[in-house]
Write a protein that binds this ligand. Sequence first.
Ligand code: NAD
Ligand code: WQD
Length: 339
Amino acid sequence: MAILITGGAGYIGTHTAVELLNSGYDIIIADNFSNSTVTAIQRVEQITDTKIQFYEADIRRYTDLTAIFQNNTIEAVIHFAGLKSVNESITHPVEYYDNNISGTINLCKVMQEFSVKKFIFSSSAVVYGDPETVPITEDFPVSTSNPYGQSKLMTEQILHDIFISDNEWQIALLRYFNPVGAHKSGLIGESPNGVPNNLMPYISQVAVGKLEKLHVFGGDYDTRDGTCIRDFIHVVDLAKGHVKALDYFDTQKKGEVLTLNLGTGTGYTVLELIHTFQKVSGKNIDYDIVERRPGDIVVSYAAANLAEKILAWKTEHNLEDMCRDTWNWQSKNPSGYDT
Ligand code: NAD
Ligand code: WQD
């Protein structure tokens, strides 16, 4: 019995693979390597001293998936595979809906055929749009203004509908806040293609000298230092949330759709993250404050108590840990997996 990890060669997938193996689960990875490399899987093998079975497979291709389900006994699927840039989704909506929606429907079709009914889905805080208040609880209204966010909302809806049609399904919709950090070994981490869109990889690439200067988008927001606030969560804590969700389903006799935030419950400003990174890395992060980035949410952080209560899961890493582990990864792998 194995757990199939789609997108398992990616940033969150590799960290989840490590935590699953550490907890005694057997895993199989399926990835089309559109945003990752085989090296990442080899690094997971190195960390866990385990040979990993993986398939170069595209979730949009029916035959790719049936081959995996025919040749293995799959117990549950953790579904990371997909595209994740908000900006790119606006310029390439068809690609985003194809990967994130058609791909997921194809996966669900094959799961139905093989009667695999345990599903953990990577949703996102993006589904909350611009929240009226914080902390954000799971019952907040959802809304989104871009195809990436739509794809997450639509997938959540599709999974709800599957459950309505067959209430044996155990489905977790895990809404991640801002994953950062890396495994403490420094062997796996986030390795974006090109210039990063997200804050933490941008900071770490400035620190390592790959990028000259960070542009902080907006310094005049109504927050304690004028910059936006986010709920940064260490990717290892996030990964452990997935293991806890699987453990939880194993103890339940019935199907359900579980919707949970995975965040720390604490928000930090952009400047607080920069200063913490400087402190733990000993590197100066050159930055200037520029125009606001259109569409940015001012303050976003999770109410994390529901996941804590249901999954018996709690984040263990603080902001310093997140910066230290990011720097450890980045300094050991200045060009990510291309090193
Ligand atoms: P990632 O790009 O590092 O990993 C995704 C993996 O999926 C990659 O290895 C990629 O090659 C693979 N992939 C993409 N399309 C595929 C396809 N059609 N078939 C097979 N494999 C495919 O991204 P990540 O940061 O690890 O994110 C994983 C999931 O979590 C995504 O669904 C993302 O939307 C979601 N998420 C990420 C964040 C974040 O900030 N990183 C936040 C919220 C939600
Ligand atoms: C954080 C803060 C920026 C870069 C995005 C997606 C969301 C989710 C996580 C997947 C903001 C500021 C950033 C830079 C900066 N992904 N910033 N200079 O905006 O919370 O969310 O990633 O689901 O869907 O929308 O994350 O890291 O892009 O930005 O000043 O070069 O850092 O303005 O305030 P965000 P982010």
